[in-house]
Design a protein around this ligand. Sequence first.
Ligand code: NDP
Ligand code: X2W
Length: 345
Amino acid sequence: MNERVGVIGASGYSGIELTRILAGHPGVRLILASSDRWAGERVEEASRIAGRELRYVDLAQAERLAAECDVLFLATPADASLRLAPALLEQGCRVIDLSGAFRIDDSAAFERFYGLTASNLQSSAVYGLPELFRNRVHGARLVANPGCYPTAASLALAPLLREELLEPDLIVNAASGVTGAGRTAKEDFSFAEVAEDFRAYKVLRHQHTPEIEQTLSGCAGSAVNVTFTPHLLPIRRGILCTSYGRLRRKATSEELRALLEEAWHDEPFVDVAPSPDQVSLHRVVGTNRCLVGVACEPEVGGRVVVVSAIDNLVKGAAGQAVQNLNLLLGFDESTGLSGLRGFHP
Ligand SMILES: NC(=O)C1=CN([C@@H]2O[C@H](COP(=O)(O)OP(=O)(O)OC[C@H]3O[C@@H](n4cnc5c(N)ncnc54)[C@H](OP(=O)(O)O)[C@@H]3O)[C@@H](O)[C@H]2O)C=CC1
Ligand SMILES: CC(=O)N[C@@H](CCC(=O)OP(=O)(O)O)C(=O)O
């Protein structure tokens, strides 16, 4: 099979990762890669991996060529996705958007956190976290690929909330590598500013807060409040996410681990570690994997700590987007992804 796919925003960190994965995907043909700054240059991944000549085109040309694609990825900022998606859908393409433009059901919350006007396409977009919502993704025209932090937090906490094991007030602390901010990030993210430093940012105003609460409330069946604090880690890629809650009934660490193992048993990209201490970025960076570990104090009200790790550019962006592509096209969900081996021994 050779479904035709394209990437808009192909020169960004997640666009590059997408281009690399798609060039090696056996079921699709990458026919379009857009970048204004690289227009006219060769897409090296396409010639090196797929053995075909492909050149970047600018956005105007990409919009003209889009109708030739069965599925288009938008690896663009949210404001650009809001502008581009309607016309692409009208041309008959299916769209997988990596930005936050279509993830949040509550328009007022979206507008407050993103500072943008919500789209009326939001109601028809499917939130593409395959491990929780894969049945909805199959027939979707517009997939909202989840945010990096919400992916790490949701895969850590969803099974425990579904079993009504946690009080609905949670704390999520997470640290991301600097690629999370995109490649045009400004001065605050330069090497001299971040090296040998560690700090929180967007405290109590991060745009992923309503997304995490939306997903976890859906799992719990009632409102869940999350205090989310992101941190900037002076490395290139990876997210380590530590989530804290309180037990609603007695349980041991072994029981919680067994519950996570049961929930994620059939999932190719979620693994449960023997303990939270064994969850580390080395084990996930370069792969589409999420690694989760849990421990708790056994009494009612006892503390629960769940640690999860992902690569922000793979499971947190491009890899998850390809999982969604596979669902849309009816491929095995691991197609093009199982070969990603990671960067560490
Ligand atoms: N980095 C990460 O870890 C994650 C990112 N995301 C989201 O994915 C999207 C892409 O992120 P990332 O790869 O980091 O971003 P980058 O800043 O690295 O790249 C952005 C890309 O979009 C293009 N672009 C910029 N402005 C416009 C515009 N107005 N219209 C069309 N294209 C434009 C740029 O191409 P050019 O200038 O060459 O045309 C570039 O290819 C964002 O919405 C981001 O929030 C989601 C999860 C994780
Ligand atoms: C380190 C860093 O800055 N990470 C970004 C990740 C969010 C992102 O990529 O944006 P979306 O809202 O489209 O998911 C941030 O915290 O804003």
